[in-house]
Design a protein around this ligand. Structure first.
Ligand code: NDP
Ligand code: 8X3
Length: 251
């Protein structure tokens, strides 16, 4: 039977690698991000390489109306959604609490927390009508421990951890699995975004050790998604060999 996965934040990093992995395994994919050209290119590429359908949908997860406009009236062939990967997210800045940019705080909370809530509510009715589904939220080691100058980003990822627990409880009667994956440092566009295009500062984050790569996280998402029906990984923390947690990174 054909399977369908929805992946937010698929224009780059974990989301893109996850789309590549699931498409290669024969899954039809709904891929979303703001950069329309990138997800349209990825959709065309995946459909040319694999016998799957890929639907690119460009919207900002912060925009509640856009989320529901794009996701709540999906064509019939896309409604039997098996998996939602809530991956779209970002960090902006790494400054002490008293000087951090408050607009950055708003963007992180609106994207990482409210965006995840909106997308999930838009997708849930498809899963509830079938009494099955799996929601995989991308948290972070920043959602497990709070580190210096991480303030609002850490708070947003702690919220993802809490929301995942809440969803798991409330969605038990709907037979929907909820998994939260907490990766440590991974080499994607993440640090370029966090340091607002400062390539040197971004590259320095990954100097001197072998960080996680996007495919490593995609492999874990695929593993969690393909376990037997009665088995659910609730929470999973993954770091590279050089990292113990948010505080200890051996370079
Ligand atoms: P990338 O920057 O490579 O990818 C982030 C993705 O999120 C992009 O596709 C981006 O697409 C999308 N996105 C960001 N903001 C929005 C928005 N407002 N609306 C829609 N899509 C959005 O980073 P990663 O792949 O590393 O990050 C993916 C997730 O993993 C994030 O939630 C991040 O917090 C988390 N994470 C990352 C870690 C790391 O070290 N890399 C470690 C732990 C967690 P576009 O810009 O086109 O909208
Ligand atoms: C991304 C990893 O350590 O920058 O969530 O918070 S970290």
């Amino acid at each position: 039977m054909e399977k369908i996965i929805v992946i937010t934040g698929a224009s780059s990093g974990f989301g893109k690698a996850t789309a590549e992995m699931f498409a290669a395994a024969g899954w039809n994919c709904i891929i979303t991000a703001r950069r329309a050209a990138l997800i349209e290119e990825l959709a065309a590429e995946l459909m040319s390489r694999f016998p799957v359908k890929v639907l690119p949908l460009a919207f900002d997860v912060q925009d509640k109306q856009a989320v529901f406009a794009q996701l709540s009236q999906l064509p019939n062939e896309w409604k039997a959604i098996d998996i939602l990967v809530n991956n779209a997210g970002l960090a902006l800045g790494r400054e002490p609490f008293d000087v951090a940019d408050m607009d950055d705080w708003d963007t992180m909370i609106d994207t990482n927390v409210k965006g995840l809530l909106y997308v999930t509510r838009a997708i849930l009715p498809y899963m509830q009508s079938r009494q099955r589904g799996h929601i995989i939220n991308i948290g972070s080691t920043a959602g497990v421990e709070v580190y210096k100058d991480g303030n609002a980003y850490c708070a947003s990822k702690h919220a993802v951890a809490a929301i995942s627990k809440a969803m798991r409880i409330d969605l038990l009667p709907s037979k929907i699995k909820v998994t939260v994956v907490h990766p440590g440092a991974a080499e994607t566009e993440f640090s370029k975004v966090r340091f607002k295009g400062n390539e040197q500062k971004a590259a320095a984050v990954y100097d001197g050790y072998q960080a996680l790569q996007a495919k490593d996280v995609a492999d874990i998402i695929y593993y969690a998604a393909t376990l037997p029906e009665h088995v659910c990984i609730n929470e999973l923390v993954v770091t590279c060999l050089a990292q113990a947690n948010s505080f200890y990174l051996h370079k």
